[in-house]
Ligand binder design. Structure first.
Ligand code: KG4
Ligand code: ZN
Length: 352
């Protein structure tokens, strides 16, 4: 069974052909990094326009690389939320048009479920259910209980910024550009993670919820107190900086701040996971989404003494891609859970 996946929820136009929910025949991603980088974040209207430019060549290339024709497809899966509505509509309109013209079933997929399936796609039956699924990206920090039939119960979520958003905002205010996660991850090993102490968020009500906005504000206050403007401006002026350029323009105190910030975010995530390790019936932990690329998080989860195995996607499948959307649609294809052409785009779309 072959599914074409289409993903356009944020700033990546992606298409992939996946066979039987586990074999990636092709995965093509057109990133809009160069469009948004100068603005320090995704500009929704520019994102929609870039998707319109990229959607036809990206889908065509995914089909060509997979040596697959439209008539070979059993379904087309498309992300219908959560995300930027103008961006979602580009992928959805194209998917609907292909399905209508060729009489192919359409399957709408929740982007968060896609991130969970980026791990299931690779690890397959080695993941025992029920599992915990921590989805940490630029838009989401959610933890779910996932059953073997891919139904989900939301256990906790961020009340303000997502973890990736905190990385992005901290990097931006310190002059490290956008997106922030990769550069903080790159520089954190050069700093002392215990140098700056952050206060752990106290959550009234659900202790499994997250909050990262206070951490970001603490970094801002720290930067103001240290009078860092000159070094921040010098970093902002760097053109296509590499590791050695960042290191040459970043004093040890700032490297210590980055390492401490990253360490704190990881510890906030791991605290929730440790509470659940004692309380839930889970037999595995899935960690996915862009922040799952973070080497410090991978190390902390894998060496954290958790009572079950931890599964991450390979780096290419951690950030937004369409293979995860096609993989998430595979069980729905089995169950004939098709979408009508009334399928709508949602900025907010809950998974559970
Ligand atoms: O999953 P994704 O591509 O898009 C969303 O659905 O949001 O995640 C992008 C986010 C960005 O906030 C980016 O800074 C973060 O993932 N990210 C990282 C790393 N690589 C990407 N955060 C921490 N460490 C990384 N290595
Ligand atoms: Zn994502």
């Amino acid at each position: 069974m072959r599914i074409l996946g289409i993903e356009s929820s944020c700033d990546e136009t992606a298409a992939a052909v996946v066979e039987d929910g586990s074999r990636v025949l092709s995965s093509v991603i057109a990133s809009q990094f160069s469009t948004h980088g100068m603005y320090g974040g995704v500009v929704p209207e520019l994102a929609s326009r870039e998707h319109m430019r990229a959607i036809v060549p990206v889908v065509t290339e995914a089909l060509d690389r997979a040596a697959t024709k439209l008539e070979d497809l059993d379904a087309i899966a498309v992300t219908h939320g959560p995300g930027l509505v103008g961006s979602l509509l580009v992928g959805m309109t194209y998917a609907k048009a292909l399905c209508f013209a060729r009489n192919i079933p359409l399957i709408g997929v929740n982007h968060i479920e896609g991130h969970i399936h980026s791990v299931i796609l690779e690890a397959g039956e080695s993941i025992e259910f029920p599992a915990l699924a921590l989805v940490v990206s630029g838009g989401h920090t959610h933890i779910y209980h996932a059953s073997h039939d891919y139904t989900y119960k939301l256990l906790g979520k961020t009340r303000d910024d997502a973890a990736g958003e905190a990385f992005d905002k901290v990097a931006k205010l310190l002059g490290f550009g956008w997106p922030g996660g990769p550069v903080v991850d790159l520089l954190a090993p050069y700093g002392n993670p215990a140098a700056v102490k952050f206060t752990f968020a106290k959550m009234s009500g659900n202790p499994l919820d997250f909050s990262f906005s206070g951490t970001k504000t603490a970094v801002l206050r720290w930067a103001e107190a240290q009078n860092m403007q000159a070094e921040i401006d010098a970093r902002r002026a760097l053109k296509d900086p590499k590791l050695e350029d960042w290191l040459a323009h970043t004093p040890q105190a700032t490297l210590d701040l980055l390492a401490s910030f990253q360490n704190h975010v990881i510890e906030e995530l791991m605290r929730r996971v440790r509470i659940l390790a004692e309380e839930s019936d889970a037999r595995a932990l899935i960690i996915s989404g862009g922040v799952a690329c973070n080497l410090g998080l991978r190390r902390a989860a894998q060496t954290g003494g958790l009572p079950y195995p931890v599964f991450f996607p390979t780096r290419g499948l951690s950030t937004d891609n369409a293979a995860m959307i096609a993989a998430a649609a595979f069980p729905k294809l089995w169950r004939k859970e098709f979408s009508s052409f009334e399928l709508r785009a949602y900025a907010n779309l809950a998974l559970a």
